[in-house]
Design a protein around this ligand. Structure first.
Ligand SMILES: [Zn+2]
Length: 366
């Protein structure tokens, strides 16, 4: 981190010019001029220093570097272990997983949205028979320093499909990978805030339930938003970013991005720019094509934000042979790649949170 500029030194210079005049009226005039110029100069300086720091690549790299393959791995080996029983919505394993997330945020002193105690309860009726019990979205919150009412949502679903007979569906990639990415991004932003770089806009870390039974956690959140949807600037949604698909077996330095340019060209450009400057992944837009038969744009939680006209990016590694099988286990994750993809989300979120102007929506075509 660069040293802060010493304003006392500047003040001292002004005073020595002032002392040079013996004549009283000259002194007064000189003082007035130096005072006025000092005030406006220091204001400008403060603005420049402020902007410099938040946009400084060294600063960003410092905090991005706290997102490490080892920490992601530690979390995922717990989160996708037998203890959590495949994290099926409404079941004991999902509740344990929720408790794990809450404990983690508490341990880092990352707060909850006011009055929420980290949990948004979803009543069983909402699930229309797809869950036997109530379930919970888990959320943590870092309040913005300049535009706290404007919210960036960073999300991943933490539920999976549970067990069948003796077999546990561990869901390490789906979506243990996205969940631990959110945890590490939250930690990086918390570190930044503790070092004086509180994000200018607010950040909501949203661990969603009920995705596997029909995007229900995201549906519930957007129908019962904790922060007004019109103030929700963007949603970065992560669902499966720890594996490599067939197309990239020999060159795994990639991620599929879906939706980035659909509602806001600025969002797409920010994402491209973050990648070009810091992470240098191949950004593959195959699945962003409206005519792609997989229709992934409609298939994960971000869709409920997008349909409310909130720009989204969906980060995704594509499908693989262990998708929705008991063999989706943490030993098959590429942790270095998971680290890099997580850092891309972090850099993009940093820009969204700290840039002067909120990103603009595209003008709607008639
Ligand atoms: Zn998923």
């Amino acid at each position: 981190m660069p040293k802060p500029i010493n304003l006392k030194f500047l003040r001292r210079t002004n005073f020595s010019i002032f002392e040079y005049y013996n004549n009283w009226s000259m002194k007064k005039i000189a003082f007035l001029i130096s005072f006025i110029s000092f005030t406006s100069f220091s204001q400008q300086l403060a603005t420049i220093v402020n902007q410099l720091d938040y946009s400084s690549s060294e600063i960003k790299k410092n905090f991005a570097a706290t997102i490490t393959d080892n920490e992601l791995k530690d979390h995922l080996y717990t989160f996708a272990s037998a203890e959590f029983e495949g994290r099926k919505t409404g079941e004991a394993g999902q509740k344990k997983a929720a408790a794990y997330l809450v404990d983690y945020y508490k341990s880092l002193n990352i707060s909850s949205p006011q009055g929420m105690n980290y949990l948004q309860n979803i009543p069983v009726d909402f699930f229309k028979g797809r869950s036997k019990n109530d379930s919970e979205n888990v959320m943590a919150f870092i309040k913005g320093s300049e535009k706290p009412e404007e919210i960036i949502v960073i999300s991943a679903h933490y539920d999976h499909v549970g067990t069948k007979g003796e077999e546990i569906y561990f869901g390490a990639d789906d979506d243990g990978s996205g969940t631990v990415a959110v945890l590490e991004i939250a930690e990086a932003f918390k570190n930044a805030a503790d070092m004086g770089f509180t994000p200018k806009r607010s950040l909501l870390f949203l661990n969603l339930t009920g995705e596997e039974i029909g995007l229900m956690g995201a549906k519930y959140y957007t129908e019962n938003p904790v922060f007004e949807l019109k103030n929700t600037v963007a949603n970065l949604n992560i669902d499966m970013i720890g594996r490599v698909d067939k197309k990239y077996t020999n060159n795994p330095n990639y991620v599929y991005l879906i939706g980035a340019d659909k509602l806001s060209t600025e969002l797409h450009n920010i994402s491209e720019n973050a990648n070009k400057t810091y992470t240098n992944l191949i950004l593959d837009y195959t699945y962003n094509d409206e005519s792609d038969p997989n229709r992934f744009y409609y298939r994960s939680d971000h869709y409920h934000f997008a349909k409310n006209n909130i720009p989204i990016i969906f980060y995704f590694n594509g499908v693989h042979e262990d998708y929705h099988k008991p063999t989706d286990t943490p030993d098959k994750i590429n942790y270095k790649l998971l680290e890099k993809r997580t850092q891309l989300v972090f850099y993009t979120a940093w820009e969204l949170a700290n840039r002067d102007e909120r990103i603009k929506l595209k003008e709607l075509k008639n």
